[in-house]
Design a protein around this ligand. Structure first.
Ligand SMILES: Cc1cc2nc3c(=O)[nH]c(=O)nc-3n(C[C@H](O)[C@H](O)[C@H](O)COP(=O)(O)OP(=O)(O)OC[C@H]3O[C@@H](n4cnc5c(N)ncnc54)[C@H](O)[C@@H]3O)c2cc1C
Length: 394
């Protein structure tokens, strides 16, 4: 088996992982990023997201800069530079950045590939970990070209679902599948004839009616529609219960086909439409979370708590997609934000393990606010910075 040593190993090249790896390398650490897909971006790319949430403060004025600066600001201005459609939009009480998937991949690739001191292995999946005396000693990743054994000094788990946390048996929390928030599945539709662009309203209304008539399962009533980049296309996001095995993806595809059939039957604007693309994965809102030196709570979020070791600011509401009640939002007071302490990114028991993104130490409610893309970018950046600084001390 091939072997390689590095200062910092980052597992997962989603928003958190790319930022963690870039920052660690910028701080002078010899850094390796391992990603099982052949592209960066994680859930937002596979799940066909359209808006970056969690980048901006709230308030009456349209914000002119991001809440956290740093890599979030670089990604934001890079996206704006690539497409004139990209911009800040207001949705209710919050501000978001619209983006095109291909632009996001371009920016993440260009920032990471030009970074000196950063090596990237795509299409390699971390499969096992060796620990000794509460330290991760080695990590094995495998892909089509074989296995590789990595000996890192520090590890940052940015896998979204907490792969490293689970494999190293670090303390963690995981709600049961029944308690977990609804997962999502996205598909792209073309051939819509909707000059009035009423689809974001008419689609959920039409699908709710079909659910009431028992033509579709109950959680499909939370279906959302977002217009695409050009007229005649759009994205449908359907909700699926969390958990389940491989057969779940075929179930999700089946639901997507049924949802589309109802739309083309009931809405004249969808008569000639067709499913152009289906997401390759079901994307989970909630998964395994590390138990860190501190666990962020719902009260911390809603009372805009600040901490001595606060490293990331966030103003995004607590967004819960409950299996029975559907989506709900709890907002912070306008113009305020809370901080996420560095202790939420440090394992309580595995001494050289950090995490960032979706698997940080937070209660399920607090995670409903911290997991959005903009916040994940800054969490990754701070984990990369902290891990690199610790190298100098140790
Ligand atoms: C249905 C749904 C809709 C959402 N909508 C929005 C939205 O509109 N706007 C927004 O801002 N946020 C949205 N979010 C939240 C957001 O997309 C994610 O929470 C966030 O992108 C998570 O980033 P991450 O880097 O922590 O994890 P991920 O995006 O999950 O990235 C993890 C990466 O790790 C890789 N990986 C996993 N295991 C391994 C392994 N063993 N070895 C190597 N690599 C591995 C994966 O391939 C992936 O690339 C949504 C989430 C869901 C579920």
């Amino acid at each position: 088996m091939m072997g390689i040593s590095c200062d910092i190993l980052v597992v997962g090249g989603g928003m958190a992982g790319i930022s963690a790896a870039i920052k660690a390398a910028r701080e002078g650490a010899c850094t390796l990023l391992v990603e099982k897909n052949g592209f960066p971006g994680g859930i937002p790319v596979s799940g066909m997201h359209r808006y970056i949430c969690g980048l901006f403060p709230t308030g009456d004025q349209v914000p002119f800069k991001t809440l956290n600066g740093g890599i979030a600001e670089e990604i934001c201005s890079g996206l704006k530079g690539l497409s004139s459609d990209t911009g800040i939009i207001q949705m209710g009480k919050v501000y978001l950045l619209s983006f095109r998937t291909k632009d996001l991949v371009t920016i993440l690739k260009s920032l990471s590939e030009k970074q000196i001191g950063l090596g990237i292995l795509y299409e390699k999946k971390v499969v096992s970990v060796k620990t000794k005396n509460s330290f991760i000693k080695s990590v094995t990743a495998e892909g089509q070209t074989g296995k590789i054994r990595i000996i890192p000094r520090k590890v940052i788990d940015c896998s979204g679902d907490g792969t490293l946390i689970r494999l190293s048996r670090a303390a963690h929390q995981l709600s049961t599948a029944r308690e977990r928030q609804l997962a999502g599945f996205c598909f792209k539709i073309k051939g819509i004839n909707d000059p009035g662009e009423m689809a974001p309203i008419s689609v959920p209304y039409c699908i709710s009616g079909a659910v009431r008539r028992k033509k579709l399962p109950p959680y499909l009533k939370y279906t959302k529609f977002t217009p695409g980049d050009v007229s005649g296309e759009g994205y449908c996001l359907i909700s699926i219960p969390a958990g389940g095995g491989r057969e779940k993806i075929s179930k999700a595809i089946n639901y997507a086909v049924k949802v589309h059939a109802v739309l083309s039957e009931s809405l004249s604007t969808f008569h000639d439409s067709y499913i152009y693309e289906l997401s390759s994965v079901i994307v989970e809102r909630e998964g395994l979370r590390m138990t860190g030196e501190y666990t962020l709570t719902k009260e911390d979020v809603l009372s805009a708590s600040k901490f001595n070791d606060g490293v990331v600011k966030n103003a995004w509401p607590i967004e819960i997609w409950d299996r029975k009640k559907g989506p709900s939002f709890q907002y912070l007071a306008p113009g305020t934000y809370y901080e996420i302490p560095l202790r939420c990114l440090k394992s309580r028991d595995i001494k050289n393990l950090y995490c960032a993104g979706r698997c940080i130490s937070a209660s399920p409610e607090a995670l409903g606010s911290t997991r959005v893309m903009g916040t994940c970018i800054s969490l990754g950046e701070q984990a990369g910075l902290a891990a690199a600084k610790e190298l100098i001390v140790s």
